[in-house]
Design a binder for this molecule. Structure first.
Ligand SMILES: NC(=O)c1ccc[n+]([C@@H]2O[C@H](COP(=O)([O-])OP(=O)(O)OC[C@H]3O[C@@H](n4cnc5c(N)ncnc54)[C@H](OP(=O)(O)O)[C@@H]3O)[C@@H](O)[C@H]2O)c1
Length: 520
Protein backbone atom coordinates (compact mmCIF):
# COMPACT_ATOMS: atom_id res chain seq x y z
CA UNK A 1 0.00 0.00 0.00
CA UNK A 2 1.31 3.48 -0.83
CA UNK A 3 0.77 6.63 1.19
CA UNK A 4 2.22 9.66 -0.58
CA UNK A 5 5.66 8.44 -1.62
CA UNK A 6 5.91 5.97 1.29
CA UNK A 7 5.04 2.30 1.42
CA UNK A 8 3.07 1.36 4.45
CA UNK A 9 4.14 -1.79 6.24
CA UNK A 10 1.71 -4.68 5.95
CA UNK A 11 1.95 -6.54 9.25
CA UNK A 12 -0.04 -9.55 8.08
CA UNK A 13 2.58 -10.10 5.36
CA UNK A 14 5.41 -9.53 7.81
CA UNK A 15 4.15 -12.18 10.21
CA UNK A 16 3.38 -14.54 7.32
CA UNK A 17 7.00 -14.34 6.23
CA UNK A 18 8.84 -14.58 9.55
CA UNK A 19 8.79 -17.13 12.35
CA UNK A 20 8.82 -15.68 15.84
CA UNK A 21 10.33 -16.97 19.09
CA UNK A 22 8.57 -15.61 22.17
CA UNK A 23 10.04 -15.87 25.68
CA UNK A 24 7.89 -15.22 28.75
CA UNK A 25 4.87 -16.35 26.71
CA UNK A 26 3.07 -17.75 29.74
CA UNK A 27 3.44 -14.50 31.70
CA UNK A 28 0.88 -11.69 32.00
CA UNK A 29 2.04 -9.68 28.99
CA UNK A 30 3.29 -12.71 27.03
CA UNK A 31 -0.16 -14.33 27.04
CA UNK A 32 -1.76 -11.23 25.53
CA UNK A 33 0.96 -10.89 22.88
CA UNK A 34 0.44 -14.55 22.00
CA UNK A 35 -3.36 -14.15 21.97
CA UNK A 36 -3.31 -11.00 19.85
CA UNK A 37 -0.99 -12.55 17.29
CA UNK A 38 -3.22 -15.61 16.96
CA UNK A 39 -6.44 -13.59 16.94
CA UNK A 40 -5.42 -10.78 14.62
CA UNK A 41 -2.95 -12.57 12.33
CA UNK A 42 -4.18 -16.18 12.13
CA UNK A 43 -1.99 -16.76 9.08
CA UNK A 44 1.20 -16.09 11.05
CA UNK A 45 3.99 -18.32 9.81
CA UNK A 46 5.04 -20.13 12.97
CA UNK A 47 5.47 -19.31 16.62
CA UNK A 48 8.05 -20.81 18.98
CA UNK A 49 7.60 -20.34 22.71
CA UNK A 50 10.28 -20.85 25.35
CA UNK A 51 8.91 -22.06 28.68
CA UNK A 52 10.84 -23.13 31.75
CA UNK A 53 10.25 -26.64 33.04
CA UNK A 54 8.97 -26.81 36.61
CA UNK A 55 9.57 -29.64 39.02
CA UNK A 56 5.96 -30.75 38.70
CA UNK A 57 5.30 -29.94 35.04
CA UNK A 58 7.00 -30.00 31.69
CA UNK A 59 7.08 -26.94 29.39
CA UNK A 60 4.45 -28.63 27.20
CA UNK A 61 2.17 -29.17 30.19
CA UNK A 62 2.67 -25.57 31.27
CA UNK A 63 1.86 -24.36 27.75
CA UNK A 64 -1.39 -26.30 27.79
CA UNK A 65 -2.41 -25.46 31.34
CA UNK A 66 -1.24 -21.85 31.55
CA UNK A 67 -2.04 -20.81 27.98
CA UNK A 68 -4.30 -23.07 25.93
CA UNK A 69 -6.94 -23.80 28.54
CA UNK A 70 -6.37 -20.78 30.77
CA UNK A 71 -9.44 -18.58 31.00
CA UNK A 72 -8.11 -15.54 29.11
CA UNK A 73 -7.16 -17.60 26.05
CA UNK A 74 -9.40 -20.69 26.12
CA UNK A 75 -12.18 -19.18 24.02
CA UNK A 76 -9.78 -17.87 21.41
CA UNK A 77 -7.92 -21.18 21.25
CA UNK A 78 -11.19 -23.06 20.76
CA UNK A 79 -12.22 -20.69 17.97
CA UNK A 80 -8.85 -20.98 16.26
CA UNK A 81 -8.78 -24.76 16.68
CA UNK A 82 -6.52 -26.49 19.17
CA UNK A 83 -4.89 -28.80 16.65
CA UNK A 84 -4.27 -25.96 14.19
CA UNK A 85 -2.69 -23.90 16.94
CA UNK A 86 -0.57 -26.79 18.15
CA UNK A 87 0.63 -27.30 14.54
CA UNK A 88 1.62 -23.65 14.28
CA UNK A 89 3.33 -23.44 17.66
CA UNK A 90 6.43 -25.20 18.91
CA UNK A 91 7.06 -25.32 22.65
CA UNK A 92 10.71 -25.34 23.70
CA UNK A 93 11.78 -26.09 27.23
CA UNK A 94 14.52 -23.91 28.59
CA UNK A 95 15.67 -21.23 30.94
CA UNK A 96 16.62 -18.00 29.20
CA UNK A 97 19.60 -17.57 31.53
CA UNK A 98 21.14 -20.92 30.53
CA UNK A 99 23.63 -21.21 27.66
CA UNK A 100 21.72 -20.94 24.35
CA UNK A 101 18.60 -20.54 26.55
CA UNK A 102 18.57 -24.32 26.87
CA UNK A 103 18.48 -25.09 23.12
CA UNK A 104 20.47 -28.12 21.95
CA UNK A 105 23.10 -27.60 19.26
CA UNK A 106 21.04 -29.63 16.77
CA UNK A 107 18.00 -27.40 17.43
CA UNK A 108 20.07 -24.30 16.83
CA UNK A 109 21.24 -25.67 13.51
CA UNK A 110 17.69 -26.44 12.40
CA UNK A 111 16.34 -23.06 13.56
CA UNK A 112 19.11 -20.91 12.13
CA UNK A 113 17.77 -18.61 9.44
CA UNK A 114 14.16 -19.66 10.11
CA UNK A 115 13.35 -17.40 13.01
CA UNK A 116 13.15 -13.75 12.01
CA UNK A 117 12.31 -12.24 15.37
CA UNK A 118 13.10 -13.14 18.96
CA UNK A 119 10.64 -11.35 21.22
CA UNK A 120 12.06 -11.38 24.74
CA UNK A 121 9.26 -10.90 27.19
CA UNK A 122 10.87 -12.87 30.03
CA UNK A 123 11.78 -10.98 33.15
CA UNK A 124 11.41 -10.85 36.90
CA UNK A 125 8.97 -8.13 37.96
CA UNK A 126 9.80 -8.02 41.65
CA UNK A 127 10.89 -4.62 42.98
CA UNK A 128 13.22 -6.02 45.62
CA UNK A 129 14.18 -9.55 44.58
CA UNK A 130 17.48 -11.03 45.82
CA UNK A 131 20.21 -9.56 43.65
CA UNK A 132 21.32 -12.89 42.17
CA UNK A 133 17.78 -13.71 41.01
CA UNK A 134 17.18 -10.24 39.59
CA UNK A 135 20.47 -10.37 37.69
CA UNK A 136 19.72 -13.81 36.34
CA UNK A 137 16.28 -12.88 35.03
CA UNK A 138 16.87 -9.31 33.91
CA UNK A 139 20.53 -9.23 32.84
CA UNK A 140 22.14 -12.62 32.26
CA UNK A 141 19.09 -13.96 30.45
CA UNK A 142 19.13 -10.87 28.20
CA UNK A 143 22.76 -11.66 27.35
CA UNK A 144 21.80 -15.24 26.51
CA UNK A 145 18.73 -14.28 24.49
CA UNK A 146 20.78 -11.76 22.50
CA UNK A 147 23.45 -14.38 21.81
CA UNK A 148 20.71 -16.78 20.73
CA UNK A 149 19.20 -14.18 18.38
CA UNK A 150 22.60 -13.59 16.80
CA UNK A 151 23.24 -17.30 16.47
CA UNK A 152 19.87 -17.73 14.70
CA UNK A 153 20.41 -14.64 12.48
CA UNK A 154 17.28 -13.18 14.03
CA UNK A 155 16.42 -9.67 15.16
CA UNK A 156 15.68 -9.03 18.81
CA UNK A 157 12.85 -7.14 20.44
CA UNK A 158 13.47 -6.82 24.16
CA UNK A 159 10.79 -5.77 26.65
CA UNK A 160 12.18 -3.46 29.30
CA UNK A 161 10.44 -0.79 31.39
CA UNK A 162 10.07 3.00 31.31
CA UNK A 163 11.21 3.05 34.93
CA UNK A 164 14.83 2.36 33.97
CA UNK A 165 14.85 6.16 34.18
CA UNK A 166 15.24 5.84 37.97
CA UNK A 167 14.79 8.91 40.14
CA UNK A 168 13.68 11.25 37.38
CA UNK A 169 11.49 14.28 37.58
CA UNK A 170 9.43 15.51 34.64
CA UNK A 171 9.58 14.42 31.03
CA UNK A 172 11.68 11.31 30.39
CA UNK A 173 12.75 11.39 26.77
CA UNK A 174 13.13 8.37 24.52
CA UNK A 175 16.36 9.69 23.06
CA UNK A 176 18.53 9.35 26.20
CA UNK A 177 21.58 7.22 25.24
CA UNK A 178 21.33 3.72 26.72
CA UNK A 179 24.98 2.89 27.34
CA UNK A 180 26.54 4.45 30.43
CA UNK A 181 23.16 5.70 31.67
CA UNK A 182 22.47 5.97 35.35
CA UNK A 183 19.77 8.14 36.89
CA UNK A 184 22.17 10.53 38.68
CA UNK A 185 24.29 11.01 35.57
CA UNK A 186 25.70 14.52 35.24
CA UNK A 187 25.48 14.98 31.48
CA UNK A 188 26.81 12.92 28.59
CA UNK A 189 30.49 13.32 29.68
CA UNK A 190 29.81 11.55 32.95
CA UNK A 191 31.30 8.09 32.39
CA UNK A 192 31.12 6.85 35.97
CA UNK A 193 28.65 4.05 35.29
CA UNK A 194 30.09 1.15 33.35
CA UNK A 195 27.72 -1.83 33.31
CA UNK A 196 30.59 -4.29 32.72
CA UNK A 197 32.39 -3.13 35.85
CA UNK A 198 29.12 -2.91 37.76
CA UNK A 199 28.21 -6.47 36.82
CA UNK A 200 31.59 -7.78 37.86
CA UNK A 201 31.20 -6.03 41.25
CA UNK A 202 27.71 -7.52 41.54
CA UNK A 203 29.07 -11.00 40.82
CA UNK A 204 31.78 -10.60 43.44
CA UNK A 205 29.30 -9.29 46.00
CA UNK A 206 26.83 -12.09 45.33
CA UNK A 207 29.60 -14.72 45.58
CA UNK A 208 30.75 -13.33 48.92
CA UNK A 209 27.23 -13.40 50.32
CA UNK A 210 26.60 -16.92 49.04
CA UNK A 211 29.86 -18.21 50.47
CA UNK A 212 29.53 -16.70 53.92
CA UNK A 213 28.03 -18.82 56.62
CA UNK A 214 25.31 -16.75 58.23
CA UNK A 215 24.12 -19.18 60.86
CA UNK A 216 24.57 -22.76 62.03
CA UNK A 217 20.93 -23.37 61.35
CA UNK A 218 20.39 -24.14 57.69
CA UNK A 219 17.00 -22.51 57.39
CA UNK A 220 18.03 -19.40 59.26
CA UNK A 221 21.18 -19.19 57.19
CA UNK A 222 19.11 -19.32 54.01
CA UNK A 223 16.81 -16.58 55.26
CA UNK A 224 19.78 -14.36 56.15
CA UNK A 225 21.50 -15.03 52.84
CA UNK A 226 18.34 -14.02 51.04
CA UNK A 227 17.99 -10.89 53.18
CA UNK A 228 21.57 -9.91 52.37
CA UNK A 229 21.05 -10.46 48.68
CA UNK A 230 17.93 -8.29 48.80
CA UNK A 231 19.79 -5.60 50.75
CA UNK A 232 22.71 -5.72 48.34
CA UNK A 233 20.47 -5.13 45.30
CA UNK A 234 18.68 -2.32 47.07
CA UNK A 235 21.97 -0.71 48.06
CA UNK A 236 23.53 -0.88 44.61
CA UNK A 237 20.38 0.43 42.93
CA UNK A 238 20.13 3.28 45.40
CA UNK A 239 23.80 4.22 45.00
CA UNK A 240 23.24 5.09 41.33
CA UNK A 241 19.73 6.50 41.67
CA UNK A 242 17.49 3.61 40.66
CA UNK A 243 14.44 3.27 42.87
CA UNK A 244 14.62 -0.50 43.19
CA UNK A 245 16.55 -3.61 42.18
CA UNK A 246 14.09 -4.36 39.39
CA UNK A 247 14.68 -1.13 37.46
CA UNK A 248 18.43 -1.21 38.18
CA UNK A 249 18.78 -4.69 36.68
CA UNK A 250 16.41 -3.90 33.80
CA UNK A 251 18.60 -0.92 32.90
CA UNK A 252 21.69 -3.11 32.93
CA UNK A 253 19.82 -5.56 30.68
CA UNK A 254 19.33 -2.73 28.18
CA UNK A 255 22.97 -1.68 28.43
CA UNK A 256 24.14 -5.23 27.78
CA UNK A 257 22.17 -5.17 24.51
CA UNK A 258 23.35 -1.75 23.49
CA UNK A 259 26.94 -2.94 23.92
CA UNK A 260 26.70 -5.89 21.52
CA UNK A 261 28.17 -5.04 18.12
CA UNK A 262 25.95 -5.73 15.10
CA UNK A 263 22.93 -6.78 17.12
CA UNK A 264 19.76 -5.73 15.30
CA UNK A 265 17.44 -4.88 18.15
CA UNK A 266 14.77 -2.63 19.52
CA UNK A 267 13.72 -2.05 23.10
CA UNK A 268 10.09 -1.63 24.11
CA UNK A 269 9.61 0.06 27.47
CA UNK A 270 6.07 -0.14 28.85
CA UNK A 271 5.13 1.92 31.90
CA UNK A 272 2.90 0.15 34.46
CA UNK A 273 1.04 -2.60 32.64
CA UNK A 274 -2.51 -3.01 33.90
CA UNK A 275 -5.81 -4.72 33.11
CA UNK A 276 -7.05 -5.17 29.57
CA UNK A 277 -9.16 -2.51 27.94
CA UNK A 278 -10.75 -4.99 25.51
CA UNK A 279 -8.56 -8.00 24.71
CA UNK A 280 -8.86 -10.86 25.62
CA UNK A 281 -11.77 -9.17 27.42
CA UNK A 282 -12.27 -6.05 29.49
CA UNK A 283 -10.66 -6.17 32.90
CA UNK A 284 -8.51 -9.26 32.51
CA UNK A 285 -5.43 -8.95 34.71
CA UNK A 286 -2.95 -11.31 36.27
CA UNK A 287 -0.45 -11.28 39.05
CA UNK A 288 -1.67 -8.43 41.16
CA UNK A 289 1.76 -6.90 41.49
CA UNK A 290 1.47 -3.36 40.32
CA UNK A 291 -1.71 -1.37 40.93
CA UNK A 292 -3.62 -4.25 42.53
CA UNK A 293 -2.33 -3.62 46.07
CA UNK A 294 -3.30 0.05 45.79
CA UNK A 295 -6.81 -0.86 44.66
CA UNK A 296 -7.21 -3.49 47.36
CA UNK A 297 -5.97 -1.08 49.99
CA UNK A 298 -8.53 1.48 48.89
CA UNK A 299 -11.31 -1.10 48.93
CA UNK A 300 -10.01 -2.24 52.31
CA UNK A 301 -10.63 1.22 53.72
CA UNK A 302 -7.25 2.98 53.54
CA UNK A 303 -7.90 6.63 54.28
CA UNK A 304 -4.41 8.12 54.70
CA UNK A 305 -2.67 8.27 51.35
CA UNK A 306 0.97 9.35 51.02
CA UNK A 307 0.34 10.51 47.50
CA UNK A 308 1.13 13.70 45.60
CA UNK A 309 -2.04 14.73 43.85
CA UNK A 310 -0.21 16.32 40.92
CA UNK A 311 1.72 13.20 39.91
CA UNK A 312 0.37 11.19 37.00
CA UNK A 313 0.25 7.41 37.42
CA UNK A 314 1.76 6.00 34.25
CA UNK A 315 -0.57 3.11 33.54
CA UNK A 316 -1.13 1.36 30.19
CA UNK A 317 -3.69 -1.39 29.49
CA UNK A 318 -2.01 -4.71 28.73
CA UNK A 319 -3.73 -5.15 25.35
CA UNK A 320 -2.42 -1.79 24.12
CA UNK A 321 1.08 -2.73 25.29
CA UNK A 322 0.85 -6.08 23.52
CA UNK A 323 -0.45 -4.42 20.34
CA UNK A 324 2.29 -1.79 20.29
CA UNK A 325 4.90 -4.48 20.98
CA UNK A 326 3.77 -6.45 17.93
CA UNK A 327 3.90 -3.26 15.87
CA UNK A 328 7.43 -2.52 17.12
CA UNK A 329 8.36 -6.11 16.19
CA UNK A 330 6.99 -5.62 12.68
CA UNK A 331 8.84 -2.30 12.33
CA UNK A 332 12.04 -4.05 13.39
CA UNK A 333 11.53 -6.88 10.90
CA UNK A 334 11.05 -4.26 8.18
CA UNK A 335 14.11 -2.25 9.21
CA UNK A 336 11.91 0.75 10.10
CA UNK A 337 12.50 0.73 13.83
CA UNK A 338 13.90 3.03 16.50
CA UNK A 339 16.22 1.78 19.23
CA UNK A 340 13.70 2.48 22.00
CA UNK A 341 9.91 2.81 22.21
CA UNK A 342 8.33 4.01 25.42
CA UNK A 343 4.74 2.87 25.88
CA UNK A 344 3.11 5.27 28.27
CA UNK A 345 0.11 7.54 28.54
CA UNK A 346 0.80 10.62 30.66
CA UNK A 347 2.41 12.72 27.93
CA UNK A 348 -0.88 12.70 26.06
CA UNK A 349 -3.60 11.67 28.54
CA UNK A 350 -2.44 11.99 32.15
CA UNK A 351 -4.22 10.28 35.01
CA UNK A 352 -3.55 12.39 38.12
CA UNK A 353 -3.07 10.53 41.37
CA UNK A 354 -5.28 12.93 43.32
CA UNK A 355 -8.21 12.12 41.05
CA UNK A 356 -7.39 8.42 41.05
CA UNK A 357 -7.31 8.12 44.83
CA UNK A 358 -10.60 10.03 45.10
CA UNK A 359 -12.10 7.65 42.55
CA UNK A 360 -10.85 4.58 44.43
CA UNK A 361 -12.23 5.80 47.73
CA UNK A 362 -15.52 6.73 46.06
CA UNK A 363 -15.75 3.26 44.57
CA UNK A 364 -15.03 1.72 47.99
CA UNK A 365 -17.88 3.74 49.49
CA UNK A 366 -20.16 2.75 46.65
CA UNK A 367 -19.38 -0.93 47.20
CA UNK A 368 -20.04 -0.60 50.91
CA UNK A 369 -23.37 1.10 50.41
CA UNK A 370 -24.40 -1.54 47.89
CA UNK A 371 -23.35 -4.44 50.08
CA UNK A 372 -20.40 -5.38 47.86
CA UNK A 373 -17.59 -7.41 49.33
CA UNK A 374 -15.72 -4.27 50.34
CA UNK A 375 -18.30 -3.95 53.14
CA UNK A 376 -16.56 -6.79 54.94
CA UNK A 377 -13.42 -4.74 55.35
CA UNK A 378 -14.73 -1.23 55.39
CA UNK A 379 -15.48 -0.01 58.85
CA UNK A 380 -15.85 2.89 59.27
CA UNK A 381 -16.21 4.62 55.89
CA UNK A 382 -12.91 6.21 54.92
CA UNK A 383 -12.32 9.95 55.19
CA UNK A 384 -9.71 10.61 52.60
CA UNK A 385 -6.50 12.39 53.65
CA UNK A 386 -3.46 13.10 51.52
CA UNK A 387 -0.29 12.87 53.60
CA UNK A 388 2.81 14.92 52.98
CA UNK A 389 6.26 13.43 52.97
CA UNK A 390 6.93 14.06 56.66
CA UNK A 391 3.71 12.41 57.66
CA UNK A 392 4.52 9.51 55.36
CA UNK A 393 7.94 9.16 57.03
CA UNK A 394 6.29 9.25 60.42
CA UNK A 395 4.07 6.37 59.32
CA UNK A 396 7.15 4.51 58.13
CA UNK A 397 8.92 5.01 61.47
CA UNK A 398 5.81 3.90 63.30
CA UNK A 399 5.70 0.78 61.21
CA UNK A 400 9.40 0.04 61.78
CA UNK A 401 8.94 0.45 65.51
CA UNK A 402 6.04 -1.99 65.37
CA UNK A 403 8.15 -4.51 63.52
CA UNK A 404 11.05 -4.12 65.96
CA UNK A 405 8.66 -4.68 68.85
CA UNK A 406 7.35 -7.82 67.18
CA UNK A 407 10.88 -9.01 66.54
CA UNK A 408 11.81 -8.44 70.17
CA UNK A 409 8.75 -10.25 71.33
CA UNK A 410 9.40 -13.22 69.10
CA UNK A 411 13.07 -13.33 70.15
CA UNK A 412 12.08 -13.41 73.80
CA UNK A 413 9.54 -16.16 73.12
CA UNK A 414 12.24 -18.04 71.27
CA UNK A 415 14.61 -17.73 74.25
CA UNK A 416 11.94 -18.97 76.60
CA UNK A 417 11.11 -21.92 74.38
CA UNK A 418 14.81 -22.73 74.22
CA UNK A 419 14.94 -22.85 78.00
CA UNK A 420 12.17 -25.43 77.98
CA UNK A 421 14.13 -27.59 75.56
CA UNK A 422 11.98 -27.15 72.46
CA UNK A 423 13.81 -27.99 69.25
CA UNK A 424 15.16 -25.02 67.29
CA UNK A 425 13.26 -26.20 64.24
CA UNK A 426 9.84 -26.08 65.84
CA UNK A 427 10.79 -22.84 67.53
CA UNK A 428 11.80 -21.37 64.25
CA UNK A 429 8.64 -22.55 62.56
CA UNK A 430 6.57 -20.96 65.30
CA UNK A 431 8.67 -17.81 64.98
CA UNK A 432 8.13 -17.62 61.28
CA UNK A 433 4.41 -18.31 61.48
CA UNK A 434 3.85 -15.68 64.16
CA UNK A 435 5.98 -13.14 62.40
CA UNK A 436 4.29 -13.79 59.11
CA UNK A 437 0.82 -13.42 60.58
CA UNK A 438 1.72 -10.26 62.42
CA UNK A 439 3.58 -8.83 59.48
CA UNK A 440 0.66 -9.50 57.19
CA UNK A 441 -1.86 -8.00 59.53
CA UNK A 442 0.12 -4.97 60.66
CA UNK A 443 2.67 -4.35 58.06
CA UNK A 444 1.72 -5.39 54.60
CA UNK A 445 0.00 -2.15 53.79
CA UNK A 446 2.96 -0.11 55.00
CA UNK A 447 5.45 -2.19 53.04
CA UNK A 448 3.43 -1.79 49.89
CA UNK A 449 3.13 1.92 50.38
CA UNK A 450 6.89 2.18 50.93
CA UNK A 451 7.53 0.32 47.69
CA UNK A 452 5.13 2.58 45.87
CA UNK A 453 6.42 5.88 47.25
CA UNK A 454 8.84 6.45 44.35
CA UNK A 455 5.89 6.27 41.95
CA UNK A 456 3.20 8.01 43.95
CA UNK A 457 5.15 10.57 45.95
CA UNK A 458 8.87 10.95 45.28
CA UNK A 459 9.06 11.27 41.52
CA UNK A 460 6.89 12.84 38.91
CA UNK A 461 7.32 10.74 35.82
CA UNK A 462 5.97 11.66 32.43
CA UNK A 463 7.35 9.34 29.80
CA UNK A 464 7.63 10.58 26.28
CA UNK A 465 5.86 8.09 23.99
CA UNK A 466 6.21 9.89 20.67
CA UNK A 467 8.06 7.22 18.74
CA UNK A 468 5.37 4.57 18.90
CA UNK A 469 2.83 7.04 17.54
CA UNK A 470 5.28 7.84 14.74
CA UNK A 471 5.74 4.11 14.19
CA UNK A 472 2.00 3.63 13.79
CA UNK A 473 2.08 6.08 10.90
CA UNK A 474 4.26 3.56 9.04
CA UNK A 475 1.73 0.72 9.16
CA UNK A 476 -1.41 0.16 7.14
CA UNK A 477 -4.78 1.48 8.30
CA UNK A 478 -6.07 -2.08 8.67
CA UNK A 479 -3.16 -2.95 10.95
CA UNK A 480 -3.74 0.20 13.01
CA UNK A 481 -7.24 -1.05 13.71
CA UNK A 482 -6.14 -4.59 14.45
CA UNK A 483 -3.40 -3.50 16.83
CA UNK A 484 -4.92 -0.58 18.64
CA UNK A 485 -2.68 1.99 20.30
CA UNK A 486 -4.81 4.93 21.40
CA UNK A 487 -3.84 6.22 24.86
CA UNK A 488 -5.44 9.57 24.05
CA UNK A 489 -8.85 7.91 23.87
CA UNK A 490 -8.78 6.14 27.22
CA UNK A 491 -11.43 7.41 29.61
CA UNK A 492 -9.60 6.84 32.89
CA UNK A 493 -12.67 7.11 35.09
CA UNK A 494 -14.45 4.39 33.18
CA UNK A 495 -11.26 2.31 32.83
CA UNK A 496 -10.57 2.31 36.58
CA UNK A 497 -14.15 1.61 37.61
CA UNK A 498 -15.06 -0.94 34.94
CA UNK A 499 -11.77 -2.58 34.01
CA UNK A 500 -9.26 -2.14 36.78
CA UNK A 501 -11.32 -2.43 39.93
CA UNK A 502 -13.66 -5.10 38.60
CA UNK A 503 -10.74 -6.94 37.00
CA UNK A 504 -8.59 -6.90 40.11
CA UNK A 505 -11.50 -8.04 42.30
CA UNK A 506 -12.23 -10.89 39.92
CA UNK A 507 -8.79 -12.03 38.81
CA UNK A 508 -6.35 -11.22 41.57
CA UNK A 509 -6.20 -14.12 43.93
CA UNK A 510 -9.13 -14.13 46.39
CA UNK A 511 -6.46 -15.46 48.72
CA UNK A 512 -4.70 -12.12 48.51
CA UNK A 513 -7.91 -10.31 49.35
CA UNK A 514 -8.29 -12.46 52.44
CA UNK A 515 -4.68 -11.88 53.48
CA UNK A 516 -4.74 -8.16 52.81
CA UNK A 517 -7.43 -7.66 55.39
CA UNK A 518 -6.51 -4.07 56.10
CA UNK A 519 -8.16 -2.40 59.02
CA UNK A 520 -7.12 1.16 59.39
N1 LIG B 1 3.93 -5.98 34.52
C1 LIG B 1 4.32 -4.73 34.33
O1 LIG B 1 3.73 -3.78 34.85
C2 LIG B 1 5.51 -4.43 33.44
C3 LIG B 1 5.79 -3.08 33.16
C4 LIG B 1 6.86 -2.77 32.33
C5 LIG B 1 7.62 -3.79 31.80
N2 LIG B 1 7.33 -5.09 32.08
C6 LIG B 1 8.20 -6.12 31.50
O2 LIG B 1 7.39 -6.98 30.72
C7 LIG B 1 7.92 -8.31 30.74
C8 LIG B 1 6.80 -9.27 31.11
O3 LIG B 1 6.28 -8.91 32.37
P1 LIG B 1 4.99 -9.62 32.97
O4 LIG B 1 4.25 -8.61 33.75
O5 LIG B 1 4.31 -10.39 31.92
O6 LIG B 1 5.69 -10.61 34.01
P2 LIG B 1 5.26 -12.09 34.45
O7 LIG B 1 3.81 -12.28 34.36
O8 LIG B 1 5.92 -12.33 35.76
O9 LIG B 1 5.95 -13.00 33.37
C9 LIG B 1 7.32 -13.15 33.33
C10 LIG B 1 7.61 -14.26 32.37
O10 LIG B 1 9.03 -14.37 32.23
C11 LIG B 1 9.37 -15.74 32.38
N3 LIG B 1 10.73 -15.87 32.84
C12 LIG B 1 11.33 -15.23 33.87
N4 LIG B 1 12.60 -15.62 33.98
C13 LIG B 1 12.81 -16.50 32.99
C14 LIG B 1 13.92 -17.26 32.57
N5 LIG B 1 15.09 -17.19 33.21
N6 LIG B 1 13.78 -18.09 31.51
C15 LIG B 1 12.61 -18.18 30.86
N7 LIG B 1 11.52 -17.49 31.20
C16 LIG B 1 11.63 -16.68 32.26
C17 LIG B 1 8.37 -16.26 33.38
O11 LIG B 1 8.36 -17.66 33.34
P3 LIG B 1 7.93 -18.57 34.62
O12 LIG B 1 6.44 -18.70 34.51
O13 LIG B 1 8.66 -19.82 34.41
O14 LIG B 1 8.36 -17.83 35.85
C18 LIG B 1 7.11 -15.61 32.85
O15 LIG B 1 6.63 -16.32 31.74
C19 LIG B 1 9.06 -8.29 31.74
O16 LIG B 1 10.27 -8.20 31.04
C20 LIG B 1 8.83 -7.02 32.54
O17 LIG B 1 10.04 -6.48 33.02
C21 LIG B 1 6.28 -5.44 32.89
Amino acid sequence: MVCGSRFLINIANTFREHEILLTGANGFLGKVIFGLLVDRYPDFKHLHVLIRPREDSSPQERFEREMLVAEPLAELVKRFGVSRLVDKTTVWGGDAADPHCGFEESDLVSLQGRIGLVLNCAGLVDFFAPLDQALRANVYSVQRVAALAQRLDAKLLHVSTCYVAGCADGLVEETEPILGFYPRRQGSDDGRFDHVQELSECRRGVEEILQSKHSDDELESRVRTKDQLIASGRHRADKWGWVNTYTYTKSMGEQVLADIPDLDFTIVRPAIVESALRFPFAGWVEGGRTAAPLVLMALGGLKDWPVRRDIPLEVVPVDQVAAATLVAGALLLNGEHESVYQLATADINPLWLGELVELLVDEAEHLTKNGGSAARWLDPLPRLRFLDKEQAHFRKRQFERKLRRIDGLVASIQRRLGRYGRSPRSTLTAWRTSLRTLELQLGFREQVLQQYLPFIYDHRYIFEARRISEGYKKISTADRELLCWSPEKINWDSYWRNNQIKGIRKWVEPEAVREWNFRI
